[in-house]
Design a protein around this ligand. Structure first.
Ligand code: FPP
Length: 262
């Protein structure tokens, strides 16, 4: 799931050089981010929480650009969890309107950069207007071959697993699967990420150190990186810091590295 950077454009090479990453350094293919701290960012400035979310949306644009320039394949962003419905209605309404705001201004660049927009989560429970905007963006970008910008909207990992289990049970009931046939790859195939590689790197901002029901199955072997930086303050430099930390990790997937085996 790691990718060596070869055949980069001049722009990409320049960026890698600036960031002190060599062309053969390992870049994570899939980065997942729990974007946290919008509310605290706003509070520090005596602004309403939604101002923090607005600023957070601008960070999404900045980080999507940077991920694309670096040749990252998938960027999954936790934009709204199944638990976020508990927030005041005015805040939920604002969050539900963000995809439209974001896509309206960013779509030309999305097309130019060949970015593919995707979403995972219980789409049917989103307001019709949010669904429409996301559907349109997914449809318009479905043949794009660059970065996959995957929004987790109304996403909860436990709900995702429950849904997958039910779908598998139906297949067993209908005789398309037997219990003995079920293995890890079967479960992978019924998750919302079935078409994506597992995340190599998980980032959570704002100093919180928990998963909050995010990609529990998919993160089994992912490297975690936490920062105190609030999401609206997260920038290209912070992303590079996370990637550099990732590159120093020794990923063994439960086994041993060559030099450790004697
Ligand atoms: C958590 O911070 C953040 C969210 C629940 C929303 C995240 C959404 C964005 C960053 C914008 C998404 C953009 C698009 C285009 C969909 P918090 O509000 O819980 O912060 P706090 O812990 O400081 O209160």
């Amino acid at each position: 799931m790691l990718k060596k950077i070869f055949g980069k454009s001049q722009k990409e090479k320049k960026l890698l050089k600036e960031q002190n990453l060599s062309e053969i350094d390992l870049i994570p293919s899939h980065i997942a981010i729990i974007m946290d701290g919008n509310g605290r960012w706003a509070k520090k400035r005596a602004m309403p929480r939604i101002a923090g979310h607005h600023e957070g949306m601008k960070t999404v644009r900045k980080i999507a650009r940077c991920a694309d320039d670096l040749g990252i394949k998938v960027l999954t962003l936790y934009a709204f969890s199944t638990e976020n419905w508990k927030r005041p209605k005015s805040e939920v309404d604002y969050l539900m309107g963000l995809p439209e705001k974001f896509l309206k201004s960013f779509m030309p660049e999305i097309m130019e950069r060949d970015i593919r927009v995707q979403m995972m989560g219980e789409k049917e429970a989103l307001p019709a207007s949010t669904q429409a905007v996301l559907n349109e963006a997914m449809e318009r970008t479905k043949n794009n071959n660059g970065l996959i910008l995957n929004f987790a909207m109304n996403y909860g990992s436990r709900a995702e697993i429950v849904r997958a289990m039910k779908d598998i049970m139906v297949e067993v009931k209908n005789g398309n699967l037997t219990v003995d046939m079920i293995d890890e790859s079967t479960i992978n195939n019924y998750l919302m990420t079935s078409q994506l590689p597992e995340p190599d790197l998980l980032i959570r901002t704002s100093g919180e150190v928990r998963l909050s029901n995010f990609m529990l199955w998919q993160l089994a072997y992912t490297e975690f990186w936490f920062t105190d930086t609030l999401w609206p303050d997260f920038d290209e430099e912070t992303l590079m810091e996370a990637i550099h930390a990732f590159q120093k990790r020794n990923r063994r997937y439960g086994g041993l590295k060559g030099e450790e085996i004697n």
